[in-house]
Design a binder for this molecule. Structure first.
Ligand SMILES: *[C@@H]1O[C@H](CO)[C@@H](O)[C@H](O)[C@H]1NC(C)=O
Length: 312
């Protein structure tokens, strides 16, 4: 009896010891604007490189540190060659599409949302395009300027994976925590989040060259998703903590067994914040409150050993 329980305890310890673990950051530099998806046995990570689109894949989160990396897109057209930001890969109707932001190499006025092989999605300034799905309809959500200095979230129904309908403004940066470093006051980096039939949209607020870059949350209450009145805004969440400054521009992905939702985000070790390649990619689990809303917690200190996603 005694021996059996000792063996039981040892087996428990051994299996704990063999559970996948990870330490952040997953990508030390040029880890900005991360997007991650788990599909067919691999995690696929994309981050902003400024020059091209790259996919890194590995079977574990920890493995992404030495993952297989391929450049999947480069462009010489001067209108969209450069300032390549915020790539996201989405599977729609069994086809993979990569949405990203790009412009010219001279300034940031030419930034437009693009789609690989299909080019530009809007005719005016836009960045950080993502795809939100509500009741079997896809919506393109991106960051736009409805008025000067008010960088907001815009939304439009997608008439297909490659085209969008007319746009509405979904969220303007009206709260003090969305206006640090203003102008510009900022809402950007929208990240759809789904849980138990509910729909949320996290986004990043305030200017990235401050340590107040952080998350806000829109909770969908039903009705027309393109109407801002169908959503409730709360925040801020996931603010600077534990020497992670300006955590944000995140995305959500599910664990290999589909049971957990994880938050992949960037942050910097520079106290005044950063908008450049001095941002690392990190990931941690999302917890859920009793009322069904997400609890992002605080960014854990880099180097902390975390238990890997379930099913790894
Ligand atoms: C990020 O990548 C760019 C382009 O390859 C490079 O010039 C820059 O030095 C990198 N930034 C950092 C902080 O490593």
């Amino acid at each position: 009896m005694r021996i059996a329980s000792i063996i039981g305890a040892l087996t428990g310890l051994l299996s704990l010891g063999s559970a996948a673990s990870l330490t952040n950051p997953l990508k030390k530099t040029n880890g900005s604007d991360p997007f991650m998806v788990y599909a067919d046995g691999y995690y696929y990570l994309m981050t902003t490189t400024w020059t091209n689109l790259q996919l890194t894949r590995a079977k574990t989160l920890e493995g992404l540190k030495n993952g297989e990396t391929k450049v999947v897109w480069t462009d010489t057209n001067s209108a969209r060659c450069c300032n390549v930001w915020a790539p996201e890969i989405h599977k729609i109707d069994n086809t993979w599409y990569i949405y990203y932001t790009a412009g010219n190499g001279n300034n940031l006025d030419g930034q437009r949302p693009h789609l690989v092989l299909r080019w530009q999605l809007t005719n005016d300034w836009g960045i950080d395009g993502s795809v939100l799905r509500v009741s079997n309809q896809n919506y393109f959500v991106w960051s736009c300027f409805p008025e000067p200095d008010v960088q907001s979230l815009c939304i439009a129904p997608m008439t297909s994976p490659t085209s969008i309908g007319s746009r509405s403004v979904l969220s303007r940066p009206t709260n003090a925590w969305e206006r640090v470093g203003s102008p510009p006051a900022v809402n950007e980096g929208a990240a759809p989040l789904y849980h138990n039939g509910r729909v949320f949209l996290a986004y990043s607020a305030s200017f990235c060259w401050t340590s107040s870059y952080q998350l806000g949350l829109l909770t969908y209450n039903g009705g027309d998703p393109t109407s801002s009145s169908s959503w409730t805004k709360t925040g801020p969440y996931f603010s600077s903590a534990n020497r992670n400054y300006g955590p944000g521009h995140n995305a959500f992905f599910t664990s290999p067994d589909g049971k957990e939702v994880w938050n992949v985000y960037h942050a910097t070790w520079i106290q005044s914040g950063a908008c450049d390649g001095n941002r690392y990619t990190a990931a941690q689990k999302v917890n859920w409150r009793a009322d069904g809303t997400p609890d992002f917690g605080s960014p854990q200190p880099t180097g902390t050993v975390l238990v890997g996603p379930s099913g790894e």
